[in-house]
Design a protein around this ligand. Structure first.
Ligand SMILES: Cc1ncc(COP(=O)(O)O)c(C=O)c1O
Length: 437
């Protein structure tokens, strides 16, 4: 067969995947690549569904790793963006949508007096930590084992270790992290208030910030944990940073700060805040944000944070439309109704098939973990989950038209319907049966 004839026999998707393997580093767009037998190329997303280039339909529970909280191509976001695009897509200087978005965020976010925009979540956490170092004149950062703050050099310590770390020391997750940062990033187990408070106390004079995902991946904070960290950070004079890049505008209008009733000094936002367009932000109290402000801070104390695409008017326009929709009555009830049902019934179906399965997290974003360990409180607990079994189950779901990222999260959107959940639960049932065989 000639190469041309061979190509005619392959599907468009198989052809594109082959080219992706050749031209993209790792064959994908980052760390997460679907197993080859279920890998796909998306042509279009509408509401809670995506369609591949071969015309196959999936119910999407990954939502672009969270940003499409309203579903794909929400008509109000599309219309707003279409009005903005002909007026230009980037200016560097101030524009009305970004000023209005900052105002809207300050109204919604408990800790926010002011906002600074960035291009990605990785930049937001990176600059938030620099802000804390600038504001305190100290250099160490405490994070929590298993906590994910993006790809910057300070974030990638103790994120996915194979075994618990020798706290407060941890290993970098990636090669290429400067060795000089060892000892600058401390790590504690999530949900262990006593240990966190002790590490904060022992390092008080050097600790610039504590950064925490208040809902750490899929782990809820136990009562009292965030409160104890808040109090210890205040006592040490360290900045408390909530990484709300997942939780912001998702688990409540006021994010984790509202849901769990603890207010940090600074919070990082991303994903849902810009309606599926690239943008992220740092929000915080005025006396800390002033270190970004050349009008209020002498040059030697000024924290540098800038970026060509910061405050992009198209992303800001999408964000304003998204926040308008989310602020309407019923949005968060929808996540509880749809997501709550999915979580309960996945656990029940798993049990019926004889698996110890849990769906920890919040209704708008949760995980499915194959483990009998209960309750799931920290990374060590999550290490008991059977990731191979989860991969097999997720692969079965993918073959049945349910788009999930194995061993990651289920993200719910405003566009998911009861009918989607019915079809998903049927697929889950079949997937449990298949992995039992
Ligand atoms: C909690 C959290 N922080 C930070 C990031 C990094 O954001 P980005 O991928 O936009 O760089 C992520 C990304 O998944 C995240 O989940």
């Amino acid at each position: 067969m000639t190469p041309k004839a061979e190509r005619a026999e392959t599907t468009r998707q198989a052809d594109l995947l082959e080219r992706a393997g050749r031209y993209l580093a790792g064959g994908g767009l980052g760390l997460f690549v679907l197993p080859p037998e279920v890998n796909l190329v998306i042509a279009e997303g509408r509401g809670s569904h995506v369609t591949t280039v071969d015309g196959r339909d999936y119910i999407d529970y990954h939502l672009g790793s969270g940003p499409a909280l309203l579903g794909h191509g929400h008509p109000e976001i599309v219309a707003a963006v279409q009005r903005q695009v002909p007026k230009g897509s980037t200016y560097y200087f101030l524009n009305e949508p970004v000023i209005r978005l900052a105002e809207r965020m300050v109204e919604a976010i408990p800790c926010a007096d002011q906002v600074h925009f960035t291009g990605s979540g990785t930049e937001a956490t990176f600059f938030a930590m620099r802000l804390a170092r600038g504001a305190t004149g100290r250099s160490k950062i405490l994070k929590f084992e298993g906590g994910w703050h993006g790809m910057n050099d300070y974030a990638l310590w103790g994120t996915v270790p194979k075994r618990p770390s020798p706290y407060p020391n941890a290993e970098p997750d990636s090669i290429g992290i400067p060795e000089v940062l060892r000892g600058q990033v401390l790590v504690a187990p999530f949900n262990d208030a006593a240990r966190a408070v002790e590490i904060i106390r022992q390092n008080a004079h050097e600790l610039a910030a504590v950064i925490v995902e208040p809902l750490q991946r899929v782990l809820q904070p136990v009562p009292g944990f965030l409160e104890a960290v808040r109090e210890a950070a205040t006592r040490a004079g360290s900045v408390l940073i909530f990484d709300e890049i997942v939780t912001g505008f998702r688990i409540a209008w006021g994010g984790a700060q509202e849901r769990y009733g603890v207010v940090p000094d600074v919070a990082t936002y991303g994903k849902a805040m810009s309606g599926g367009f690239p943008m992220a932000a740092i929000a915080g109290r005025s006396e800390i944000m002033k270190h970004f402000d050349a009008r209020r801070t002498e040059r030697p104390r000024l924290v540098w944070a800038s970026g060509t695409l910061n405050g992009n008017p198209v992303s800001a326009t999408a964000g304003l439309a998204a926040l308008d929709i989310l602020s309407r009555p019923g949005a968060y009830e929808h996540f509880h109704k749809i997501g709550g049902r999915l979580r309960r019934e996945i656990e029940a179906l798993g049990a019926r098939h004889g698996f110890a399965v849990q769906a920890p997290g919040e209704d708008a974003v949760f995980g499915v973990r194959f483990t009998a360990r209960k309750p799931l409180r920290n990374w060590e607990d999550l290490l008991t989950s059977d990731t191979q079994l989860n991969l097999r189950w997720s692969t079965e779901l993918l073959t049945r038209g349910i788009l999930v990222n194995p061993n990651e999260k289920f993200y719910l959107s405003l566009a998911h319907t009861d009918a989607d959940v019915d079809r998903t639960l049927e697929a889950c049932d079949q997937a449990f049966a298949a992995i039992k065989r």
